[in-house]
Ligand binder design. Sequence first.
Ligand SMILES: *[C@@H]1O[C@H](CO)[C@@H](O)[C@H](O)[C@H]1NC(C)=O
Length: 590
Amino acid sequence: MASIDPFIQLSELDAVSPVIASLLALAQIIYMLPRSAKGRSALWALALISLGPYAAYTIAMRNARSMTLHSLEHPIEVLIRNAQADFNQMLERQSKTYADAVNEYQRRYEVEPPPGFEAWYEFAVANQSPIIDEFDTIYESVSPFWKLSGKEVVQIMNDAQDTADIDLWLCTFSGKTAETHCIHPRRNADRHVSDLMNRLLGDLRGVLPDVKFLVNHLDEPRVLIPRLTHPNPSAKQWFTVTDLSERPTWNAITKYCPSHVLQGENGKTSPQTEPKTEDLPLITNLSAALDLCQHPEYANMHGLFQGPPSFRLIEGRVPVLSTGAPSTMSDILIPSPAYVLEDEFLYNATFDVPWPQKDNHLYWTGSTTGAVASATNDWHHFHRQRFISLAQNLEPGRHHLYLTSPPPASAPTAGSHKPTLTTSPFLNPHNYHVFPTRIFQCSAPQPCREQASHFRAQSWQPRDAALGARLVFDLDGNGISGRFHKLLASRSLVLKQTLLREWHDDRLAPWLHYVPVSVGMAELPEVVRWLVETERGRAAARELGRAGAEWAARAVREVDVKLYVWRLVLELARLVDEGRGALAVVGESD
Ligand SMILES: *[C@@H]1O[C@H](CO)[C@@H](O)[C@H](O)[C@H]1NC(C)=O
């Protein structure tokens, strides 16, 4: 009991009770010894075994508290203000009439909107969609296929369906009945893809065109489009399929990055134990943070690159619908069925907790998905394991960055002093409630056994347990995290880390609806400390939690998912229209 480390206990009580218990036990032993025993009172020295670490812990806690930035403006406050201003401008810019919407579409994409756009627009207005023009995600998904004719797209889809190991669903949407049927040569369950389409589009009989599309039911993304400098029109093969399941994928996923920015996998990019940045590395540019080509270090920081459970890479211009994809991949993004159909991932206000009653800490529990741990990779470098290690303070040598106020004496005039960046090995364990609840995805028992002894685990938690915390963490598993919308809709504030683009990216603003967290997480200890320990930070957390919930209720409703899918179906129908030639695409690099 005396050896229990106070620095990793979740509360003051957990930290002090082993000390008291071990002192009582020691006292009992000493008083049970015969009074005549030699050196009896010297045994009291053993009390230092528990008192020493506890004293160190108390001092560290007091120091940390006195160093915390209380009164100065925090850089996060600036980011929040800017995000609000940008976002309000974006909302005001949205088209107010159908003619405006058409003009805006032409201005952005230099082609006409797809047939059926007017009915879509009327429905969006009738349902008070605050977003009319922000669908660049659909454009970025679909436009790489515009240089193919409709005939070619259909031929590629048929070829794909005939490829034995490609593992895709072919879905058919009938405009007349508004029903979707999906078929797969080997599988029976499409993981709710057809249910999702039927739920969202089932009442639109006679409104939409017939359309066929390919769907990826795996968690992981699929499509990589080669950057050919000289496309070879005589090439018979439109695509290749490579199974990289449970193997490193980084080199494959980043092979078309501009050559000067990258080298990973073999490069010695260790997780950043010693951050070198001068400033606190808060995410200020989300698309740069997501860009794999700018971050060779990601090769050893995210499970997707180190051994995803299933990774069947399709290299070629094959239109495939997936729920998430990293910056270099070209899957067409659809909302995850979890967001609409799965009870576990739906927000119900009955189970939310008023802000003052929420626990003032960062909550995450979940399983160790992300990659398959094996003898040839190192689970310490998978993203979920890295996050748990940080939050449970399991890396003794690691130094954390904090912003601190300069001592009052050294501040010459009010207003001229700035927060300074310092490093400290201290991480306040009371600010985190982070546990793996299931340790699995190992190719042999050994790596799972190692993880079970490395991490402090918890049993499975009730599905709404996260709503009891003010701050909730959300990060990728094997694919996107289906919990995101639910956490966003709650009054809790979401801290979100991901490398996957999703359907909602155009409508969610970092630092306004949620707090973005980098893959390196060097900023996380300070972000959490400020949000939990300071009055200004707590007020900001409450306000952002409220803003996220309010926006989710306005723009991440089921009808908003429907609007996205409807618009996507119009684009897909144009894509596979066999009467269509290749659409001119200005500005495509290859
Ligand atoms: C929320 O949960 C309550 C209690 O289980 C239930 O009665 C209610 O219908 C649910 N609300 C929604 C919108 O699902």
